[in-house]
Structure formats: structure tokens, C-alpha cells
Design a protein around this ligand. Structure first.
Ligand code: SF4
Length: 346
């Protein structure tokens, strides 16, 4: 099991709930927008938000956003150690940086000292495009090179007494990412941040991430995740939640099962499933809802659902644990069924 690392009030690793992370598409210095976005995404299930820090204004904005937002905020810095120091000073709850990009040992040491004084963690890692030359030459472009590249960055910080570390080894190649995470998990007990990077637009990107992140989580590997998508960060959060929910790792969330429909379906089952999905999207309670295509097979096939609906040409039935409790006309279904959902959630 990985060790626990504290980020503000959130503990990751050591068997804690898998944290969902996203990254803002704009600057944190736009404080009002940042606050609004964080609150919106938090409602959808976001646990940690990350921002690119490109100047001093960004670095100073963390404290301002934190006054109104109570999820951990991460500063993502590429090269400038001064921006790392300024972000730590500015109230970032964690930084994401690669010591190899910072420069001299003196600069790495300064960042390490600042991390220890502020008692905040750091994420380091590598991705398949930034594997260190020495490992590329030694191992080729494979999981060992990717993993060793990340572990080298870990040791660069450990040398200065930094131990609150999270590691990532991302790749846009799903197989390579999975193997690299497995490799790193076999070498260290630091928590791992999972992701398949540059995964693409929402549909394909979600599939790639679900396969990569999902197969690792099934093996007990991974403590935080980001579903990187070329889409609104809200879609990343929803996809992350869906992956965790599919593996029963989401904590409290509403699960929807819906039949694919077939020739026996005589009502707008798919349209209604979509409405139910939207209705419960942000609800954090344990509830399993079924939307089924026909009255003959639906209640039986979904008998493990807490609440369900099945339709037919003469109307719809609402059932609880497979037992029919009410019959309603399709035109009244939305009102009646949503009332039942509310009752279950009370
Ligand atoms: S529940 Fe009914 S409509 Fe849905 S797939 Fe099964 S038989 Fe077909």
C-alpha cells in the first residue's frame, strides 16, 4: 500500500479514497473565474485543482482563490524555480515540478527547503516525451526508462529531505503508461497520480483513460487521477467519477443501469435514461437506479436496483428491488419518477 500524503485537508494514498484532479484551462490570476470554476467542479466531484503558473501574478493568486474555495490547489511550474518559490509563498497547497527542469543544485535545494518549511507535497514525474537521455540510451523508450526517469527526480528531492512526494509516469500510449505505473509501484511506496496524457477529445480520450487508469486501479495501483481530455474540465471530472463509480471506488454516488433496448422496447427508454442521468449527476448518495426498456424483462433483469422504471406501450411501471410499486402513464413518468428519486435520497 502507498504511503499517505497530506494536501491541505485532503489525505491521498494509503487506501484513502482515490482523488479526482483536473487542470484549469485558464490562469488562476483571473481570481473570480477560478473561484467560480472550482466551486462548479467541486459540486461535480472534483477533489484537487491544478493551475499552470506562468508569472508572479499567478503565484500570488493562490491565497486569494483559497479564501473562497476549500479544495487543494496545485501550482504547476515548468522551468522557473522562482515561480515555484513564489507559488509556495503564495499559498499553493502542492506544487508539480520537475527538479531536472529547475536548474542548478542550489535552486533545487532552495525549492526543497521551501517545500519543507511550508509542509506541502510535490508531484514529480516523467512522460514519454521527456524521458531522460541516460535512460533512453540505456533502456530504449519503454516503461523502465519512463519509470527510472521519474524515480531519479524523486531522489533529487529526497537528497534534500523532501518526503511528501507524489509520482506520475504519463504517456499517451496506454500500454506504456500502464506498464510504467506498474514498474514504479513495484519500486516505491509513494502515492501515484494516474493519467493517460494527451488522450484526445472526450469520447476516445475517456476510453483511453478508462482502460489505462481502470486497469491500474483494478490492481490496487493509484491514489489520484486525472482524465486528460481536450474538453471542458467538467467533462474530465465527470469521466473520472464514472471510472471510479464503475469500479465501486467513487464513495457515495448514484449509479445508473440502463438496458441497451431491443425490439421489445416500446417507449423512449434511451431519452429517459439521459434525463435521469442529468438529474442525479451531482448527487453524492449511494443509490442504484435502473431504466429498462420493457415491463416483461426489465424489473427482473434489474432486481438489484434500489429504484427502477420499465416502460411499455400501455405505460410505465416503477419498481423497487424488482417489485412493481406503481404504474404511470409515460407523460407523467418524469414527475412521478423524479419524486421517487427524491424520496429515496431523503
Ligand atoms: S429489458 Fe426488455 S427492452 Fe431492455 S434489452 Fe431486456 S428485453 Fe430488451
Amino acid at each position: 500500500m502507498s504511503k499517505k500524503v497530506k494536501i491541505a485537508n485532503l489525505i491521498i494514498g494509503g487506501g484513502e479514497k482515490i482523488a479526482i484532479q483536473s487542470m484549469s484551462t485558464f490562469k488562476i490570476a483571473q481570481v473570480d473565474k477560478a473561484v467560480e470554476e472550482c466551486l462548479r467542479l467541486k459540486d461535480a466531484g472534483l477533489d484537487i485543482m491544478r493551475y499552470s503558473v506562468t508569472d508572479e501574478q499567478d503565484a500570488k493568486a493562490f491565497a486569494l482563490v483559497k479564501r473562497k474555495v476549500d479544495i487543494p490547489l496545485v501550482a504547476d511550474i515548468h522551468f522557473d524555480y522562482k515561480l515555484a518559490l513564489a507559488s509556495i509563498d503564495g499559498g499553493a497547497d502542492k506544487i508539480r515540478i520537475n527538479p531536472g527542469n529547475i536548474g542548478s543544485e542550489e535552486k533545487v535545494s532552495q525549492v526543497a527547503q521551501a517545500l519543507k518549511s511550508a509542509k506541502i507535497p510535490v508531484r514529480v514525474g516523467s512522460n514519454s516525451g521527456s524521458i531522460e537521455k541516460e535512460f533512453l540510451q540505456k533502456y530504449g523508450r519503454n516503461e523502465v526508462a519512463l519509470g527510472e526517469s521519474a524515480l531519479k527526480k524523486v531522489s533529487q528531492l529526497e537528497k534534500y529531505g523532501v518526503n511528501d512526494i507524489v509520482i506520475s509516469v504519463k504517456s499517451s500510449d496506454v500500454r506504456l503508461a500502464v506498464k510504467a505505473y506498474e514498474y514504479v509501484a513495484s519500486k516505491t511506496d509513494y502515492p501515484l497520480h494516474l493519467g493517460v496524457t494527451e488522450a484526445g477529445r472526450e469520447y476516445h480520450g475517456t476510453i483511453k483513460n478508462a482502460i489505462g487508469i481502470g486497469s491500474l486501479l483494478l490492481k490496487g495501483i493509484g491514489d489520484t487521477l486525472r482524465v486528460s481530455l481536450s474538453a471542458d474540465p467538467m467533462r474530465e471530472v465527470i469521466a473520472g467519477k464514472a471510472i471510479l463509480s464503475a469500479l465501486d471506488l467513487a464513495g457515495d454516488s448514484v449509479k445508473i443501469i440502463a438496458c441497451p433496448t431491443c425490439g421489445r422496447c416500446a417507449w423512449d427508454c434511451m431519452g429517459f435514461a439521459e434525463k435521469v442521468e442529468k438529474r442525479v449527476e451531482f448527487i453524492k448518495k449511494p443509490l442504484k437506479i435502473a431504466v429498462m426498456g420493457c415491463v416483461v424483462n426489465g424489473p427482473g433483469e434489474a432486481s438489484d436496483a434500489d429504484l427502477g422504471v420499465a416502460g411499455g406501450k400501455d405505460g410505465c411501471v416503477i419498481f423497487v428491488k424488482g417489485k412493481i410499486v406503481k404504474k404511470v402513464a409515460e407523460k407523467d413518468l418524469e414527475k412521478e419518477f423524479f419524486e421517487e428519486i427524491d424520496r429515496c435520497l431523503q
